[in-house]
Ligand binder design. Sequence first.
Ligand code: IPE
Ligand code: MG
Length: 229
Amino acid sequence: MDGNGRWAKQRYMPRIAGHKRGVDALRATVKACIDRGIHVLSVFAFSSENWNRPQDEVSGLMELLGMALSREVPKLHEQGVQLHFPGDRSKLNPRVAEGLCRAETHTSGNQRLVLNVCFNYGGRWDICQAATKVHANGLPLTEASLSEHMALAHVSDPDLFIRTGGEMRVSNFLLWQMAYTEFYFSDVLWPDFGQSELDAALMAYQNRERRFGRTSDQILSERPDSDKE
Ligand code: IPE
Ligand code: MG
């Protein structure tokens, strides 16, 4: 969810005002996903590297997480959203970490949309913590055993990755899980993201041919006749 700072700067507002508008954009995007029958949405809210930002921005983001938790969780629960907060909680304020656990437990029975809010998450951290668990459990290190211990083991690998804000990089997001994910880059700053931007990304996705290493002819010959033009 990139571009909050620039969105605020363009309006001569403090960066945190952009982050606050980012929460609004996320709320709208969750609703749009539910309306479109999308079952899983994973967002990158705070990366392992975001601690390197100025102290006041980091504390502002932590405060915003706490505020968003108390304001948004009841509404998300009503909408049937199952919440998860993949990431390293050991460095978070214990009260906030406790709030994340409570929100997860409270919404665990919901089935309409799984929302993963990755917080203090890093793709490399995830691979290392999964490997550590595999090792601690005395299991052989395989693709399957590692996958089962990743922080997003409760959902399948993402079909589509959307990065806003004009940047064309992964920035240590879901490194393991995005082996065959389709990438979509948008210049729109995250606070301006919404239904129409999501639809543009979905339209682009629909025109991709997912071959998973195979040839185009193989994919075409296996499509049901009703799908062939
Ligand atoms: C949000 O956008 C990302 C977060 C870490 C919350 P940015 O804060 O990176 O916004 P820009 O890139 O400065 O515009
Ligand atoms: Mg940025």
